[in-house]
Design a binder for this molecule. Structure first.
Ligand SMILES: Cc1cc2nc3c(=O)[nH]c(=O)nc-3n(C[C@H](O)[C@H](O)[C@H](O)COP(=O)(O)O)c2cc1C
Length: 193
């Protein structure tokens, strides 16, 4: 009887210890703030080229990736720049168009550097970038635009977006080909400092 009692006491002590242990673990899990990099690489990419460069920049910087997706995805037809009535041509011809963003809104809290990537459409940023920069505040954030294109430079995309954003410290942007190497991106980033 004595033995049974001592086993019962031992079992009780063990189970309360286990419960106590799991409680403290749960507390520390909920109390710790979610850690993330202070670098964010946000990009829009209609056909994947800018996405590839964004991923290389994230790899070089250890930054987080955020894809700006159109609520209404662009079809091949929409992207036909030989058609004066295609969606992309019409959007680029009207500086007031703001295509809706479909991706979940991101909190920029804790980020101090934002690489902002896009393809060049008719010499400048696609209108959905205008939607993006008007949606967020870039206070305390250094914004570094980058783009891919068939050959055109970044043009006035950076100053266009800076004026629309009205916040953030904007740096000169850069144009890359889709095949740019991580080593070349690394030396571009080092040159920014
Ligand atoms: C509507 C549209 C307009 C474009 N205008 C230009 C342009 O003015 N100059 C240029 O060099 N490339 C232009 N391009 C080519 C894209 O900039 C290039 O293919 C880019 O790398 C695509 O990036 P993405 O795959 O991330 O969408 C245009 C492409 C599209 C779809």
């Amino acid at each position: 009887m004595k033995k049974i009692l001592s086993i019962m006491i031992a079992a009780f002590l063990f189970s309360s210890l286990a419960v106590y242990g799991s409680d403290t673990q749960a507390e520390s899990e909920t109390a710790a703030p979610a850690a993330h990099s202070d670098v964010l690489v946000a990009y829009f990419s209609a056909t994947g080229t800018t996405k590839g460069v964004a991923e290389k920049i994230a790899s070089v910087t250890g930054g987080d990736l955020y894809e700006i997706l159109a609520a209404e995805p662009y079809t091949e037809e929409d992207l036909n720049y030989n058609d004066s009535s295609s969606r992309s041509t019409k959007e680029q011809n009207d500086k007031n168009v703001r295509p809706e963003i479909g991706s979940e809104k991101i909190s920029l809290e804790g980020y101090t550097t934002l690489y902002l990537g896009f393809p060049i459409w008719w010499g400048e940023e696609p209108r959905i970038l205008d939607t993006f920069v008007e949606t967020y505040s870039f206070d305390g954030i250094t914004v570094i635009p980058f783009c891919t294109s068939g050959g055109s430079g970044i043009g006035r995309s950076g100053p266009n977006m800076e004026a629309l954003a009205g916040s953030g410290t904007w740096m000169d942007g850069e144009r890359f080909s889709g095949s740019v190497s991580e080593a070349d991106l690394q030396s571009w980033i080092e040159g920014l400092k």
